[in-house]
Design a protein around this ligand. Structure first.
Ligand SMILES: Cc1cc2nc3c(=O)[nH]c(=O)nc-3n(C[C@H](O)[C@H](O)[C@H](O)COP(=O)(O)O)c2cc1C
Length: 391
């Protein structure tokens, strides 16, 4: 239901915070990728450790934690939705005012993600004119409010102010997130470096780690696309990703070319060998026979093959370059791609094996867009935004 969707759960300081632990559990069970922020108030009601154990990662509590350079903007960019449950009267006031005095409210200010608040408080607090103004303002600002409902309150009273049950909040999250902006799209991604066998134990390979292709496949899957990932590297696990494991350029070509039916987009991020040994020994070459001479032959051009066989597929190529990226413009024209992503693999913060990448997007008509160094996950997300916009 929420497989791979990035949900940020904010918990503020009301008694119903104990129910937020169950909500966190239900979000995880639904497949969500969960980050949690606890306000100072919330920590009076539930322990950080409980939420960390449920989320499977540390929770966030401080704007100035000394660990992350900018926790509010990092979390804001990451989140696909921000859920605050319970939302206290105090929190609603901060959010309505646009305050950023703590991590949760600063994250909201920095985010464009949809937000869903589940207020919970004593009836008098909910009916207070200030709270009414704040909740009206939040609805006018586009915030989704769920509840509160009438029922038994912790104080022993009965009235409006009770938080809706966690399963109802979960259902709202599912409804708001919807199926994803790539739902129904059929996508092919290649990743990793090919290995061209010399004999049964040796091969000619390259330094590609598969991280960029994996990030591209995962982002598409999270956004609802059906992804075929043809890879020589370890693949990410996601219910929308069908993995085809290959080693050589020939295997990658065969797998890619037989996956083209009904394909909307192909992103060829694998580092495919251009040449392979013309002959492969069936037995391990023996040292005593002396150094072999390897006569090389060209491998199939996987990218060109996709362009030729499936011209209706929107085709994105990757070009690993060393030094200035000017050659990429020529390549974009020659390769008949719709978009070429060129990266300088000689830089320490870009290309093979790194977690960040610095790329330039080139179109066959010579238009280029140089992106700053970003994490590969961010490059992947922006790349899909660009593809969805252009196709
Ligand atoms: C025992 C107790 C229970 C509380 N329960 C609520 C509540 O259910 N809803 C609410 O809005 N405030 C409640 N408060 C008040 C908030 O904890 C207080 O306004 C706090 O500053 C909220 O901070 P926060 O919004 O940053 O988490 C409660 C306070 C106490 C002492």
């Amino acid at each position: 239901m929420l497989a791979g969707r990035r949900v940020l759960l904010g918990i503020s300081g009301g008694v119903a915070a104990y129910k937020a632990a169950y909500l966190a559990r239900r979000l995880i069970e639904a497949g969500a990728d969960l980050e949690v922020i606890l306000t100072d108030g919330a920590q009076q009601f539930v322990g950080k450790q409980t939420l960390a154990a449920i989320a499977g990662r540390p929770v966030h509590t401080r704007l100035f934690d000394g660990l992350s350079a900018s926790p509010h903007t990092d979390l804001a960019r990451w989140a696909e939705i921000i859920v605050v449950a319970p939302a206290t009267a105090n929190f609603l006031a901060r959010a309505a005012l646009g305050e950023g005095s703590d991590l949760l409210s600063a994250t909201l200010l920095a985010s464009k993600a949809p937000r869903l608040f589940a207020p919970a408080m004593h009836t008098e607090m909910w009916e207070q004119p200030a709270t009414r103004r704040n909740s009206d303002q939040l609805v006018a600002d586009g915030v989704h409010l769920v509840g509160p409902i009438q029922g038994a309150l912790t104080s022993g009273d009965h009235g409006t102010g009770r938080m809706v049950e966690p399963d109802e909040i979960l259902a709202e999250v599912i409804r708001i997130l919807g199926p994803g902006d790539m739902a129904g799209l059929s996508v092919l991604v290649t990743a990793g470096g090919t290995r061209e066998p010399i004999d049964p134990v040796r091969y000619i390979g390259n330094r590609s780690s598969g991280k960029m292709g994996n990030a591209i496949a995962l982002d598409a899957a999270r956004r609802g696309a059906n992804v075929i990932l043809i890879t020589s590297a370890e693949a990410p696990d996601h219910e929308n990703i069908a993995v085809v494991e290959v080693e050589s350029a020939q295997q990658m070509a065969d797998a890619a070319w037989s996956s083209l039916e009904g394909l909307d987009v192909a992103v060829m991020a694998a580092a495919v060998a251009d040449f392979r040994p013309g002959r492969t020994s069936d037995t391990k070459m023996d040292r005593s026979a002396g150094p072999p001479t390897l006569a090389m032959e060209p491998t199939p051009d996987v990218l060109a093959g996709v362009a030729e066989r499936s011209p209706e597929t929107y085709l994105v190529g990757f070009a690993a370059e060393v030094g200035p990226l000017d050659r990429a413009i020529d390549k974009a024209k020659r390769k008949k791609v719709d978009l070429l992503v060129a990266n300088d693999v000689s830089r320490p913060d870009s290309g093979f094996g790194t977690d960040t990448n610095q790329v330039m997007l080139v179109t066959p008509d010579g238009h280029r867009d140089v992106w700053p160094t970003m994490s590969k996950a961010e490059v992947a997300h922006r790349l899909w935004d660009t593809v969805l916009e252009r196709r």
